[in-house]
Design a protein around this ligand. Structure first.
Ligand code: JB2
Length: 217
């Protein structure tokens, strides 16, 4: 039986998760976000207060969902909240959107979120708190570390290894067998054909574009 859920965060990613939880018919008690007033509603979910409210809930009775997303160069809040509340004994629910195709031989660890339209193929492994965002493809035997964000539409061919806390941007393509080191950022639209060392930033080759007014002759 699904335990009552408390969602952390009330921004863009949390909105997508509220609708996923509603679609799955999971019991959502409410969400924690310091920037709302208690009792306010977000897409039908009630604001319970800030994170201090969680102390009133027994870690054995509820489960958490991490509604904080992640972007390159952010503060790492998603990872920090996962680590802080895991250390206090709370568990983070693993979520699978009903439209995702997930191999029975794939492994999804605690708090992994698989969003709409994702494909995860045979023997892939996704470690704790990683977010596989809408429409991404994770091919066979990929190994994805903890706190990773694979942004919408990214494609990882077979046997790609991704270190902890990596961000793979929207629409990036990683060819087969590549290793991406911990903490690296792969920019949106990049095509990665060589291994990437830890803590690197990779952006696609592109010439600066110019916006020209459509009415201009
Ligand atoms: O300490 C906190 C805290 N600090 C900020 N605890 C909790 N529980 N919540 C906190 N917040 C709240 O996180 C903010 O008040 C804000 O409502 C929310 C972050 O929302 P934002 O829309 O800025 O980002 P996001 O993390 O939901 O989404 C980012 O990542 C997604 C994957 C966005 O950039 C999205 O575009 C992206 N799809």
């Amino acid at each position: 039986m699904t335990k009552p859920i408390i969602l952390l965060g009330g921004g863009g990613h949390a909105k997508v998760l509220i609708e996923l939880l509603q679609c799955l018919d999971y019991p959502l008690l409410g969400l924690l976000d310091p920037h709302y007033a208690i009792g306010e509603s977000l897409l039908g979910a009630t604001i319970l207060g800030d994170d201090s409210v969680l102390a009133a809930y027994d870690a054995n009775v509820i489960e958490l969902v991490n509604g904080i997303g992640s972007l390159p160069h952010d503060s790492g809040l998603r990872r920090k909240l996962f680590n802080a509340f895991s250390a206090k004994g709370y568990t983070f629910k693993t979520l699978r959107h009903p439209t995702a195709i997930i191999s029975p031989s794939a492994t999804l660890m605690a708090g992994v979120q698989v969003m709409a339209g994702v494909i995860i193929q045979a023997s892939a492994t996704i470690a704790e708190n990683s977010l596989i965002n809408s429409g991404a493809i994770i091919e066979h035997d990929c190994r994805i570390g903890r706190h990773v964000h694979i942004a919408p539409g990214a494609v990882l061919s077979g046997t790609v290894t991704v270190g902890n806390a990596v961000h793979i941007g929207t629409g990036a393509i990683i060819i087969q067998g590549i290793t991406i080191g911990e903490g690296s950022i792969i920019g949106a639209g990049s095509v990665v054909t060589h291994d990437v060392a830890p803590q690197q930033i990779v952006y696609p080759a592109r010439s600066p574009y110019q916006a020209i007014n459509r009415d201009q002759p």
